[in-house]
Structure formats: structure tokens, C-alpha cells
Ligand binder design. Structure first.
Ligand code: ADE
Length: 390
């Protein structure tokens, strides 16, 4: 994570976060460890909890606890423990809330938490929740939409989710993808990434969408597009990436073939209707690590991966470090920006400033040893002129 390391070196020298308490709710992975230590190097005290009960790497928790990070998480924690840990982080009165999914920020909004300078949000689902707070005039501090930075969603959501979802699918099931009918629900950046990688491995990919524009884009990208009820009848593997709830439910389960495999790479475990799946099944058996077989009838079984939770993190290790490098560089720079603009921002959702986004792209290219061209004076003039024509 060379971009983050560059920022860490700068933070170590200049201490832009000196004396600041940062509360963070993130997936506890090796990449997150790097971010936490970067924030600490910048002078912050970091209080960390998990943003998903099944994504925590307990070795990372142990490592961070030994390295001065106040951490509250364990893999497989109950929903009660999950929220107890969030409350614990908030009990330290952090001034910046760094979130992945907006559970930390939304819990803070239900409590009396004062002196918050602002928040940062990692994921699409979290941004939706924050925009809802903003729209209802309930947002109590400014939040930086890290997810929406180009150096985040164009890479992390697309190439990160694309690869790590396939990784989770293969680690849990070890199936061959070539020749399978692979249904991806949602053609946002995550869905595009998953579809692209599944296609690359020889799967026959179907996209389901609700947006005409995205549906059209999927058609022109070479996929079959159809309603989920049609796809349900022919799919071998189903991956949800919509950020919405009950995308696959009872009616679809009833139509599925024997042996259909269901996984979710959206933030919450709400995309596959788990209650409905349980209700129509006679028996549930764990058949492999991260794979549960639901017996629907004598001749029909459906396989659910990682309890419908983020397949890429619960079934594998999440996005590789080289892509998290950019996402977490945005998080670190967003925290520095919030501190630097303390008291000046309104209670709104803000984009990551363009200069930060550009700087991260520049540093990433540099870390890869790749140089690009620069505009000549003549070209700059040409691009800013309205008088020049044919
Ligand atoms: N989200 C997706 N992949 C991740 C990772 N490796 N670390 C932290 N958050 C993530």
C-alpha cells in the first residue's frame, strides 16, 4: 500500500491529526490495520470496531490491540455485540467518525454525541443512508463521501469487488465457472466488476436491473438482461450487488433449479430474503465452510454462501491491498481535510475534494512506476478556447 505509506510518512512528520480522537467502524482486515496505524502516525487516537460481524480477522484485532489501537471486535460476533462495540467506540467521544455502511454515524445520531467535527463514509450503502439524513435535515455534522471519489469507486467497487467476490465464491464452493449461468443483480460499479470477472472465467452472465440506463449499458456490454423472475429459472449462481433488500425472495426461490448457489456482495445481508428461504426449507445443513444447504423439497436444494453476508469478506479476505491502498488513502486524506476545515463545513454530504482525488491517482501511478504525458501550453490554450474551430 505505497500510496497510504506515502501519506503515513507525511503524517508521521507533520502530525495533522494531533490530539484528535477518531472512531472507526470498518472491516477489520490487514488493510484496515494499515489505515489505523496511518491515522495513529498522524497523531490521532483510534477507536475501532467492525462494520460486519463476519469480516473480522482476529489476528488483525490482536495485532492492533498490541499496537496502540483501541479495538472492539471479534469474528462471528452477535448482533448485540456488534452494536455494543459501536457504542463502546462512541463512548470515547470521538471527533471524527470513519464509517463503512453508516452504522456508526446512524448510532451517533440516536445518542447525545457532541463535538463531532465530521465523518467519512466508505461505501455506497452508507452514502444512501447519509443522504437520507441530509435530505430530512437530520444530519448533525459534515460527512465526506469517500465512496464517491473516482480513485475509490472506479477501482475498489469495480475491480476490488469484482475479484474478491469471485475469490469468495471459489474459496467457499470450489466450483468451475466456465459454462455456468451466472446472474448478477445490480449493474452499479460492483455489479459491473463481478460480471466482468465472471465473464472472463467463461461464465454465461445475466444481469438484472431496475435502472433503464444501467440495463441498457449491460446489454451493450454484451450481457443478457432480464427480470429476476426469468433469471431465477435458469441461473446456476446468483450474486446480489444492489444495496437494496429482498432482491431475491420466496417467488424466486420457488423457481430456482436444484443446486442453485446464492451469494451477496452488497453491504448488508438484506438482499437475499433469508427469512423466506428458511420458511420454505425443511432442513438446513452446513455442507462446507461458508456454505449452507437449504432443502426445499425432496429433489431441490439451494446453497446459501456466508449467511448472505458480504461474500468477498466473509468468504475470502476482501479486496486486495493494492486497491484498498487508494480507498484508504482517501479515508486518511479525508480525515486530514475535516480537521483542516473544522467549523467551516455545513451539515452536508461533501465529495472528496478533486485535488485529493487527483493526488491519489498521481501517487498510485507513481507507485506503479508509470509516467503519463502533460499538456503543452498550446494544448492548454486550445482546450480553454471557444474561438478555435474548423
Ligand atoms: N472492503 C472490501 N475489502 C476490504 C478490505 N480488504 N479491507 C477493508 N475493507 C474492505
Amino acid at each position: 500500500m505505497l500510496v497510504l505509506t506515502t501519506i503515513k510518512n507525511d503524517f508521521s512528520k507533520n502530525k495533522p491529526l494531533k490530539g484528535l480522537k477518531i472512531g472507526a467502524c470498518l472491516h477489520i482486515t490487514t488493510e484496515t490495520a494499515n489505515l489505523a496505524l496511518t491515522l495513529k502516525a498522524g497523531g490521532a487516537k483510534v477507536y475501532l470496531c467492525a462494520s460486519n460481524p463476519l469480516s473480522t480477522n482476529d489476528n488483525v484485532t490482536a495485532f492492533l490491540a498490541k499496537n496502540g489501537i483501541h479495538i472492539f471486535a471479534h469474528r462471528g460476533e452477535t448482533a448485540k455485540d456488534y452494536y455494543t462495540h459501536i457504542e463502546k467506540v462512541l463512548s470515547y467521544q470521538p471527533q471524527i467518525l470513519m464509517d463503512d455502511g453508516a452504522d456508526l454515524v446512524s448510532t451517533a445520531h440516536k445518542r447525545k454525541v457532541s463535538d463531532i467535527i465530521g465523518g467519512t463514509e466508505e461505501t455506497t450503502t452508507g452514502i444512501h443512508r447519509l443522504r437520507s439524513l441530509e435530505k430530512n435535515k437530520l444530519l448533525r455534522f459534515p460527512v465526506i463521501a469517500v465512496n464517491d471519489a473516482n480513485t475509490k469507486h472506479l477501482f475498489d467497487n469495480r475491480y476490488g469487488t469484482g475479484q474478491s467476490t469471485i475469490d469468495g465464491l471459489l474459496r467457499t464452493t470450489n466450483i468451475l465457472l466456465a459454462g455456468r449461468t451466472f446472474v448478477v443483480s445490480g449493474y452499479g460499479w460492483c455489479g459491473r466488476g463481478v460480471a466482468l470477472r465472471a465473464k472472463g472465467m467463461g461464465a454465461n452472465v445475466i444481469i438484472t436491473e431496475v435502472s433503464p440506463l444501467k440495463g441498457l449499458e449491460a446489454v451493450m456490454d454484451g450481457y443478457r438482461v432480464m427480470p429476476i423472475k426469468e433469471a431465477a429459472k435458469i441461473g446456476d449462481v446468483f450474486i446480489t450487488t444492489t444495496g437494496d433488500k429482498n432482491v431475491i425472495g420466496k417467488e424466486e426461490f420457488e423457481l430456482m433449479k436444484d443446486g442453485a448457489i446464492l451469494g451477496n456482495s452488497g453491504h448488508f445481508n438484506a438482499e437475499i430474503n433469508l427469512a423466506a428461504l428458511g420458511a420454505i426449507s425443511h432442513k438446513k445443513t452446513k455442507v462446507r465452510e461458508g456454505v449452507e444447504e437449504y432443502q426445499i423439497s425432496k429433489n431441490r436444494r439451494i446453497y446459501l454462501l456466508t449467511e448472505g453476508r458480504l461474500l468477498n469478506l466473509a468468504g475470502a479476505e476482501g479486496h486486495p491491498s493494492s486497491v484498498m491502498d487508494m480507498s484508504f488513502a482517501n479515508q486518511a486524506k479525508a480525515a486530514e481535510y475535516l480537521k483542516g476545515t473544522e467549523g467551516k463545513l455545513a451539515k452536508k454530504v461533501y465529495p472528496v475534494p478533486h485535488e485529493i482525488d487527483e493526488e491519489i491517482a498521481y501517487l498510485k501511478l507513481k507507485s506503479l512506476g508509470i509516467k503519463i504525458d502533460t499538456l503543452t501550453k498550446e494544448q492548454k490554450t486550445y482546450l480553454s478556447s471557444w474561438t478555435l474551430g474548423t
